[in-house]
Every structure is written in structure tokens, then in C-alpha cells.
Design a protein around this ligand. Structure first.
Ligand SMILES: [Zn+2]
Ligand SMILES: [Zn+2]
Length: 901
């Protein structure tokens, strides 16, 4: 096995661009992303939500990679055979739209190419873009097993899709039925309810007079006024409906009306679905063009007339308006109604209109033959797709994180409607149903040679394709080889975690659960589930908390951000940006702060490596605890405490908190305090810190690796040469630190915290007194119980706070001079001030007292104001009162100093 040659010397600054590609290639060449199947060990598996093959990774994918890769690397470092299985989605309608737009630029439509030519062209495009998506994941450090990469149109998935379809069909769960569907005239396909965007549209409500019919079919002067937003559909009216409880129309129910212009007689029916408060309480019924009217028509046996074709053009049923677009027909019909005195009046009206979520066209509801999945029908006694999917979550066999989404999931599942799975597209899984000239249906997995009923070989396959979510809904088991009985399926199924944006909970999560519980039910309740836990992450909004959209022009490309700040900084920033399930804002400052953290770590690691020179060091051993200095025992104890915290935080999916805890430890405890304190010790010939520095850096890099994989690997490669212990060839396959508790030392931690606080106080006093940075002052520490710790760390205090510390008894007499005082617990800090010009000092103190007194005056006045007190929140008032008390103490202190001048 080759190793990654450590660089002779690390450059002074961290340059992600020179590190990331080289490191990733090394990992991939070593085969670290491919798990070894070991029946003795429990695997960890996670399936990548397959991005649409249509394009680029967006910020959401970047966040997904950061979350998943952190989990995957953490599990891998714990020795579990870990599989992150990547894939790409053929994304039926989205991809077809992209190719159609390309064709349009050449003046072509898909019909010019024909189905085969169009599909071939799409494949060419897919081959080009698929590898690009994988490369984008690589740039973000995703340790996915590319040897198992799955495309949702791979032969294996085709087989899984067809097998599922055929089984559902044989169990009576798939049926073909005429239903009112959402039709996009632009995309020329049916859409599921989830693919419809409802937008409030300012429109008009047209009131039209429908005359009553008298003897011999003659129109009477009396009429019923109906209100409609779509007068162009009146050519297809087959009735008028009123509410049976509406007294205004009681007498008229059952009578006939004459449809204006068209002249067809239509009945007045009574139906509970009619709202008396809408318009006049009488509505036209157009079963061919409205889902509610469809239902009314079904109940009253009204004729279905379809007056528009699938591009929303009026057809032969529209009489004089044949051939017009829907908008042209509306204008012409309104004109004619007006002319003939049928238009009563027009009102402004805002209502919600369904639009295609892909192309934004206004949808036309039309009745159409489609394929459906009956999600409530039982395929075994007591078992339906929706029922089982709800039960698995209710029984806790599938856990939802954060838990609040459980209610959303269950509510949807409990109210779910049949799923329309056919799409009138060319790109996708063509429905495995074949028709013979006699209309027999053959529903099989493999292309049939002849009709199953009559043996005819003149077969025609159903032209529709399946909804894209049908194939991605099979992801966990189909990606692992189902319906084959593969080693991968047996070993890696069910998967561990699954994660996605909460916005695709119904599209994807719900369908995966339904399909898995059906296809994998032979494994029994515990093991049929597709995954044990599903994590819903939030959305990333822009800095102003707006949703990122192409039209707003505020989209951030994760690859651009990663190139600018480094992939590690990008991962750290988005991972720590929000708790699981919560939205976050994208802020450049957070990216820059994460980059600063990487630089800080780099510099500190360089210091450690420099101090190790050409030495190899062993790990500090707990049995030698007493031989170590208090700083050593403190940092080792803190490290172990951190390890326990990180373990618990990662296990409960609080990745953001884990990231913050590691950063705080490395930045504050390790870099700012421990490393600084070792400088003077090493200079003085104290050898003990070297092993501690190496050990803490080693563990720190291991802990941080899942979140910031590149920089930690690069630094660790440089460090491992200094380790006496045998190490694996890469940090990514090294063990993850687990707190053994051997170094836990509450006394050392408490003592060092005190020392740090004392140092902070000294620095604050220096700043407050405006002591020149270079001045080395005496400081007297009148310590109680902490005297020993302060004495032991005196040299470090001298070095890091640039003072000469003297630890003395409480109440000891100090040499004559001026002092600045601070009190930290039982330690009185007295900083000897340089001699000052008493005149200038008096002026300075008086000015400071004046400013503080003015501030107090303002606070007092505000706090005395009853109106303000009534309105301001409690914490604001409490804060002001605290400030006032502090300022008062400060002024007293300043006055005392003024007195002794
Ligand atoms: Zn559309
Ligand atoms: Zn036949």
C-alpha cells in the first residue's frame, strides 16, 4: 500500500487549492470509499439523495454533502464497514424540458426527432453531465463509493421499477382510470398534486345570464345568473348547480336552462358542494374542465364535454370558437355574450390558480386516462401502502429527526390520495404494459414477444412513462441490487440514516417508505424499513433571509464558495449554521470566519511540528499523570471531556453543536492558551509538553476530520511521522477518539480555568490603564486556595500576559506604588502601574468619571419613566439595571483613585 508522501515542510499559510485535489485523489486511489463486507461487523449505510442529472449542485446539495459526509466519516472511523452510495436521477420532466429548450434554439421540437431520436439525444447529454456532478461532489470532499454509483435509468433500476409495477398491478394496487388531472399544456403531461404551485391571481368574475327554457324549448325572459372565472369553458357546460338549501333557487331545481350562444339545454341540479356565498349561489357545471365539476357531474350523471385540446386550444366542441387559444376564446365569447345581452356584470376577483411547478404555465384540469396507485387498498389483510408507511413511523421503526416533522409526515400519510404515476413524457421509465390490437393488456417485467391472452405479436407498449419519484422511491433497496438477491442487499439493507431537505418529504421520503415496506416485507417488521432514521435538514436562504432563486439572482454556487474559502471552511460554515431541520442564512462573514479557523489550526499545527523537529514521541500515559504539569493535565482532561461531548452530540445528530465544541476547544483552549503556555516551558527545557502537543493535535485532527476532512488529513500526514505508535496510512481510516476517562481531572480543570481568568483580568487591566504593550509590569496575586496553581503557571503567565507575577499571601503588604485591582474568585489581582504624571492622570480620571456619571444619569432617567417600563421587555430593563449598578461601582472606584492621587 502506498502512502501519501508528507510534504517536507508545510507552507506558512493554508492553501486549499494545493491540497484538496491531491488528498481526494489519494483517498480514492486507496479505495477508502469502498467498504469491505465483513459479516462479523454491523455496517453503516446511507444513500445519497440523487441530484437531478440536469445540472449543477446547488447550496442544498452542498449542505447535504457536509452533513452526510460528516456522519459517514465518523462511522467509518469507528471501524464500521461504511457505504455511502451515490447516484443521479434522470429527473423526467426537468431533463426533458432542458433538452426541449436546447432543441428550440435549433428551431426543432421533440416531435422532429421522434421518440427514439429524442431519447438518444437526451442520453448523450446525460453522459456528459453525469460525471460532472460526481466531480462536484468530489470537490466538496464527499467520501462516496463511486464504484457503486447508480443512475435511475440503469438496467438494474429498470428491472426494479418494472418488478414493482407488475407486483403492484397483480395485487390490484395499480389501476388505469379516468380522473381529473392537472395538465400542463406546455409540458404536455399530467402532473401530480405535489407538482402544482398555487398562485393568487388577480382576475375577474363574470356574471352570465342563462335563460330558463319554457314550453317547446323556447327561452323565457326569466334567467339564472351564474358567476364564473373561466367563461371560455362555458361551451362545455352540461349543467348548472345550486345548493339544495338555497331558498333562492328552490323552485328552479330540475328545470332546464338554455346555454347562451351554444343553445344546448342543460339542467339545474342541486348539490351540497355548491357554496351559497360564491357569486349568485348558482354555478355552471363543466365536468370536462374542472375537478369539482367533474365530481358534481359524476353525482348527477351529467355529460362530459371536452372543448379544449391538450395545448389548451379550442376544439370542434367549441363551435364558432374552434381553433382559438383559450385566451382568444375568452375574449370572443365575452364579446358575443355582451352583444346578445347575456353578460350581466363583471367583478374584480382574486383567486388561487394552479401553475406548473416546472414551467410556470397555467394548468388545465382535464379528465384523462392515467395510471394510478391505490395507496389505501389492502395487498394483504390489514396492510396497505399508506397504512404501513404510517405505522412504521408510529411504532418508531423509522425515526424522524427533528421529531417535529413526525406530525407533518403522519398527517400527510393519513390524508393521502391516490398517486397518479403516469406522465406523458418520452424521457423516463416507459410503463411496462403492452396492448394487442384486440385491446388485451400484457403487464410483465421483460419485454413480451406476444399477447398473454391471444398470442398476437402486434404489440404496442404504453406510451407514457412513470413519475420520476416512482424510480427514486425505490432507492435504498433497488440501489443495493433488488430484485436480485445480491450480497450488497443482504449486507447493507436496511440502511442506517437517510437525509434530505424537508421540502421533499412527501415526494421522496414517503414514497421510499411505502415501496420498501411493500417490496421488502419478507424481512419482517424490524428489517423491512428502508432506513432507521431520516434526517430533515433546513433550507439555506440568502443573507437577507430570502429564498434563493434563479429569478432573484441571489443563488450561491457551493463550488464557488468552496473555491473561495476552501471546501473545509464551506462545510464547517454550513454544518454549524443551523440545527437539523432549521433554515439558515448564507453569510460571507461566516464563511470567512470558518476560513480563519482553518488558518488558525494550520498555524498552530505548524508550531507543533516545528517543536517536534525530527523527534518521534509516544503518547502521554495516564500512569505518569503526576509527572505532568497542571497545564498538561488540564488540556488532556479537557480533550477527554470534549471527546465525550462530541460522541454524544454526533450520536444525537447535533452536528452543528459538535462542530462548535471542537472549534472552541481547538481555537481557545489549545491554540490560544495551551500552545502559548508551552512556549516558555519548551524554551526553559521542559520536555513534557512535546508529547502532549502531539497527542492533543492528533486527537483534535481526528475529531475534526469528519467535518473538515482535507486540512486535517494534510496536517495529520505531516504529524504521523512523529508518532511512535503504528498508524494507518490515512487519517480518514484512523480510529475516532473515544473518551476513556483516564485523563479526567476536575481539579486541574478548575485550577487552570482560574489561572486563565486571572490572565484575562491582567490583560483587561492593562488595556483599561492603557499600559504600553511592551511594558513588563509586576503583578501581585494575593491567592487563597489557588496559590499552588498560580505559582506553577507563573512562568506561563509571565510570558503570555507580559508581567512579572508574584504569588503572595492574602492581605500581604504590597510595595509602595499605584495599582490596578481586579478580583477573580479568591484571588486579588494587583497590577503595579507605571509611574504616571499625576496631573494628567487626575484629568483623565475626572473625564472618565464625568462620562460615567452622564451615562448613569441617562439610565436613571429612562428607568424612572413609567411608560418605558411598561413597554420594554423584562430582560432589557434587567440589563439596564445591571449596567447602572456596574457603572455606579466603577465611578466609586475611580473616585477612590482620584482621592489618593
Ligand atoms: Zn409545464
Ligand atoms: Zn391479445
Amino acid at each position: 500500500m502506498t502512502t501519501l508522501p508528507a510534504r517536507k515542510e508545510l507552507p506558512p499559510a493554508y492553501e486549499p487549492a494545493t491540497v484538496e485535489g491531491r488528498i481526494y485523489q489519494f483517498w480514492e486511489e486507496q479505495g477508502y470509499f469502498q467498504p469491505r463486507i465483513d459479516p462479523a461487523q454491523k455496517p453503516y449505510t446511507i444513500i445519497m439523495p440523487p441530484p437531478n442529472v440536469t445540472g449543477e449542485l446547488h447550496l442544498g446539495h452542498g449542505l447535504e454533502d457536509a452533513i452526510t459526509d460528516a456522519l459517514v466519516r465518523w462511522h467509518r472511523m469507528q471501524g464500521e464497514p461504511t457505504l455511502w452510495l451515490p447516484g443521479e436521477d434522470h429527473a423526467g420532466i426537468a431533463t426533458q424540458n432542458v433538452i426541449e429548450r436546447e432543441l428550440a434554439k435549433e428551431g426543432l421540437s421533440r416531435h422532429d426527432l421522434g421518440r427514439e431520436g429524442f431519447v438518444e439525444r437526451t442520453w448523450m447529454w446525460v453522459r456528459k453531465y453525469r460525471s460532472r456532478i460526481a466531480d462536484q461532489h468530489r470537490k466538496l470532499g464527499a467520501s462516496a463509493d463511486w464504484s457503486r454509483d447508480v443512475f435511475t435509468l440503469d438496467p438494474g433500476i429498470v428491472k426494479a421499477v418494472r418488478t414493482t409495477f407488475v407486483n403492484l398491478y397483480r395485487d390490484g394496487l395499480i389501476y388505469r382510470g379516468l380522473r381529473m388531472i392537472n395538465w400542463c399544456p406546455r409540458c404536455e403531461t399530467a402532473l401530480s398534486d405535489l407538482e402544482v404551485d398555487y398562485v393568487d391571481v388577480a382576475s375577474k368574475l363574470y356574471y352570465v345570464r342563462y335563460p330558463l327554457v319554457g314550453e317547446g324549448g323556447m327561452p323565457l325572459p326569466a334567467y339564472v345568473v351564474v358567476a364564473t372565472t373561466r367563461p371560455e369553458t362555458m361551451v362545455a357546460d352540461t349543467g348548472v348547480a345550486v345548493n339544495p338549501a338555497d331558498e333562492r333557487y328552490e323552485e328552479k331545481i330540475g328545470r332546464m336552462l338554455l346555454l347562451p350562444i351554444i343553445g344546448r339545454e342543460i339542467p339545474i341540479v342541486a348539490d351540497d358542494a355548491v357554496k351559497t356565498e360564491f357569486g349568485t349561489g348558482a354555478v355552471k357545471v363543466t365536468p370536462g374542465h374542472d375537478p369539482n365539476d367533474w365530481e358534481i357531474g359524476q353525482r348527477h350523471n351529467l355529460e362530459v364535454i371536452i372543448a379544449m385540446d391538450r395545448q389548451a386550444r379550442m376544439n370542434d366542441e367549441a363551435g364558432p370558437y374552434t381553433g382559438m387559444t383559450d385566451e382568444e376564446a375568452r375574449a370572443a365569447i365575452l364579446h358575443d355574450l355582451e352583444d346578445e345581452g347575456f353578460l350581466d356584470h363583471i367583478e374584480e376577483y382574486t383567486h388561487s390558480v394552479g401553475h406548473c411547478s416546472r414551467c410556470k404555465s397555467v394548468l388545465q384540469p382535464i379528465p384523462s386516462e392515467q395510471w394510478w396507485i391505490d395507496v389505501r387498498r389492502e395487498y394483504e389483510p390489514g396492510r396497505s401502502l399508506a397504512g404501513e408507511a404510517a405505522k412504521a413511523v408510529r411504532e418508531g421503526r423509522i425515526r424522524i429527526v427533528p421529531q417535529r416533522f413526525e406530525k407533518v409526515y403522519l398527517n400527510w400519510m393519513d390524508n393521502i390520495r391516490d398517486w397518479c404515476i403516469s406522465r406523458q413524457l418520452w424521457w423516463g421509465h416507459q410503463i411496462p404494459v403492452w396492448y394487442c390490437p384486440d385491446g388485451h393488456m400484457t403487464v410483465v417485467v421483460e419485454d413480451p414477444g406476444a399477447c398473454a391472452q391471444c398470442g398476437s405479436t402486434a404489440l404496442r407498449q404504453d406510451e407514457d412513462v412513470l413519475d420520476t419519484w416512482f424510480s427514486s422511491g425505490l432507492a435504498p433497496h433497488a440501489d443495493l441490487g433488488w430484485p436480485g438477491d445480491t450480497e450488497d442487499l443482504r449486507y447493507f439493507y436496511p440502511t442506517g440514516d437517510m437525509q434530505m431537505g424537508y421540502d421533499i418529504m412527501f415526494f421522496w421520503c414517503a414514497r421510499m417508505v411505502m415501496f420498501a415496506l411493500y417490496n421488502m416485507r419478507h424481512l419482517g417488521p424490524e428489517n423491512e424499513v428502508p432506513f432507521r432514521t431520516v434526517l430533515f435538514h433546513g433550507l439555506i436562504r440568502d443573507a437577507n433571509n430570502e429564498k434563493m432563486t434563479k429569478s432573484r439572482g441571489n443563488v450561491v454556487d457551493p463550488l464557488v464558495a468552496a473555491a473561495q474559502y476552501g471546501a473545509d471552511a464551506f462545510r464547517f460554515a454550513v454544518l454549524t449554521g443551523a440545527a437539523m431541520g432549521a433554515d439558515q442564512r448564507y453569510q460571507d462573514e461566516r464563511m470567512a470566519a470558518a476560513r480563519n479557523f482553518a488558518n488558525k489550526l494550520w498555524n498552530s499545527a505548524r508550531y507543533v511540528l516545528m517543536k517536534l523537529e525530527s523527534r518521534s514521541v509516544g503518547r502521554p500515559h495516564p500512569r505518569d499523570r503526576d509527572a505532568f504539569a497542571i497545564e498538561d493535565r488540564w488540556i488532556l482532561s479537557r480533550l477527554e471531556r470534549l471527546e465525550g461531548e462530541v460522541d454524544q452530540l454526533l450520536a444525537s445528530y447535533q452536528l452543528n453543536e459538535a462542530g462548535r465544541a471542537i472549534e472552541e476547544f481547538l481555537w481557545n483552549d489549545f491554540c490560544d492558551w495551551y500552545i502559548e503556555m508551552t512556549k516558555v516551558r519548551l524554551n526553559a527545557g521542559d520536555e513534557r509538553p512535546r508529547a502532549v502537543l502531539a497527542h492533543v493535535l492528533d486527537h483534535g485532527l481526528r475529531l475534526l476530520h469528519p467535518i473538515m476532512p482535507f486540512i486535517t488529513e494534510e496536517l495529520w500526514q505531516a504529524l504521523r511521522g512523529h508518532m511512535e505508535a503504528e498508524t494507518p496510512n490515512a487519517l480518514m481510516v484512523a480510529w475516532f477518539p473515544k473518551s476513556a476517562g483516564n485523563w479526567r481531572d476536575g481539579a486541574a480543570e478548575a485550577a487552570m480555568e482560574h489561572v486563565i481568568e486571572v490572565n484575562r483580568a491582567i490583560r483587561n487591566l492593562r488595556a483599561e490603564k492603557k499600559v504600553p504593550a511592551g511594558a513588563r509590569l509586576d503583578v501581585y496575586l494575593q491567592a487563597g486556595g489557588h496559590a499552588a496553581a498560580l505559582r506553577e503557571t507563573a512562568a506561563a503567565t509571565a510570558f503570555t500576559s507580559r508581567v512579572q507575577p508574584h504569588v503572595v499571601e492574602p492581605g500581604a503588604t504590597l510595595p509602595a506604588g499605584d495599582y490596578a485591582y481586579a478580583r477573580i474568585a479568591d484571588t486579588e489581582v494587583a497590577l503595579a502601574l507605571p509611574r504616571v504624571d499625576s496631573g494628567a492622570e487626575r484629568a483623565r480620571l475626572e473625564k472618565e468619571i464625568g462620562e460615567a456619571a452622564a451615562h448613569m444619569g441617562r439610565l436613571e432617567k429612562q428607568l424612572a419613566n413609567d411608560a418605558f417600563r411598561a413597554k420594554a421587555p423584562g430582560h432589557v430593563i434587567a440589563g439596564m439595571e445591571a449596567t447602572l449598578a456596574e457603572t455606579r461601582t466603577k465611578v466609586e472606584g475611580l473616585r477612590e483613585r482620584l482621592d489618593v492621587l
